[in-house]
Design a protein around this ligand. Structure first.
Ligand SMILES: [Zn+2]
Length: 95
C-alpha cells in the first residue's frame, strides 16, 4: 500500500500537511481542497470493535470472533473485559 486517497473525492493527489496536536498525520487534498487526518487505523479499529461487540452479543465464541474479525483472542478478551468494566462504571451510581 502506498500513498493516501482523499476520503472525499478519492483523489490520490494528497499531500502531508503536518500533524495534529494528538500526533495524527494531517493531509491536504489538492484535488478538492479538503483537509483530513489519517485516522483510518482508528476507524478500522472502531469498526472491528463494533463487529466484535455484535458477534459477542450474538453469542459467537471468542474463537469465532477472532476468526471473523482477524483480531487475536487475547485482544478480544482484553477488549471485552474493558468494555464490560466500562459499562459497569457507567451504571455504577457511586461513580
Ligand atoms: Zn479530495
Amino acid at each position: 500500500m502506498s500513498g493516501m486517497q482523499c476520503k472525499k473525492c478519492g483523489s490520490a493527489n494528497v499531500k502531508k500537511n503536518g500533524r495534529t496536536a494528538a500526533g495524527r498525520q494531517k493531509y491536504h487534498c489538492k484535488a478538492c481542497g479538503v483537509h483530513t487526518t489519517t485516522d483510518e487505523a482508528a476507524r478500522e479499529r472502531a469498526a472491528q470493535e463494533a463487529l466484535m461487540e455484535q458477534l459477542h452479543l450474538e453469542r459467537v465464541s471468542q474463537r469465532g470472533i477472532a476468526r471473523l474479525t482477524g483480531m487475536s483472542r487475547s485482544t478480544i478478551i482484553k477488549r471485552l473485559k474493558k468494555d464490560l468494566s466500562t459499562h459497569r462504571a457507567e451504571h455504577d451510581p457511586t461513580a
